[in-house]
Design a protein around this ligand. Sequence first.
Ligand SMILES: *[C@@H]1O[C@H](CO)[C@@H](O)[C@H](O)[C@H]1NC(C)=O
Ligand SMILES: *[C@@H]1O[C@H](CO)[C@@H](O)[C@H](O)[C@H]1NC(C)=O
Length: 251
Amino acid sequence: MVKIAFQSPFAHKDEPKKEAAEALVAEQDPEVATHSREGSSGRCLLTLLGLAFILAGVVVGGACIYKHFMPKNKMLRGQMCYVGEDSQNQAAEPYFLPIAEEADIRETDNIAIIDVPVPKFSDSDPAAIVHDFDRLLTAYLDLHLGNCYVIPLNTSIVMPPRNLIDFFAKLATGSYLPQTYLVREEMIVTEEIDNVSGLGIFIHQLCIGKKTFRLQRREKLIGLQKRSAEKCHIIRHFENVFIVETKFCQQ
Ligand SMILES: *[C@@H]1O[C@H](CO)[C@@H](O)[C@H](O)[C@H]1NC(C)=O
Ligand SMILES: *[C@@H]1O[C@H](CO)[C@@H](O)[C@H](O)[C@H]1NC(C)=O
């Protein structure tokens, strides 16, 4: 059976060998006839094998699709508040402004993807932030401007993935007091990055098709301060027990 199956496509391809192959088939025909029972059980086995392959394909394919389209981890949600400043009225009671976040933190990939939705009571921009602990890079996608900003990951601000997961868990159970303080940082937009493929798969996914710029912390640029002409945007976010106000200024 198996021999015939191998040789018949061979015979179609190769004309001179066709006759020989046919002779071989003819020769083996009686054998096949006498072994027709074995043959049918063989076919049955092949069919089963085929079905098993198809089934395996469906299972593997399904798993791949699931892996691709379902979030690996459930989204973690957290909210913290900071004391707002009322410059007009010094005697006013302190009031708290909320910052909410949704985070997808994957320990296996060493990555934290944080969504900052449109803030309810503040002038900051909604954003998507990727902290890549393998590449040691942070990327901010300002969803208001549609621009991406990349800077080395500041490990003294951003908790590592395991600690971030624990922190969000504490926020969810309310065992952490969500009233905190604000840390300000100021960034200068420097050069544009033309090709984001060298920045790791996650930042690539975030920034592909967006105008992407490198950032530099303000304190490193003393002497280059022409603040009046600058356009600045802010994103308020947290990846530690305090809120960070990141200000991006275009020179
Ligand atoms: C990290 O952030 C802290 C607090 O804003 C700042 O003092 C420090 O200079 C930053 N480190 C780097 C390497 O940018
Ligand atoms: C971007 O860079 C990668 C390698 O880092 C390269 O393979 C790719 O062709 C580049 N794409 C463009 C559009 O230059």
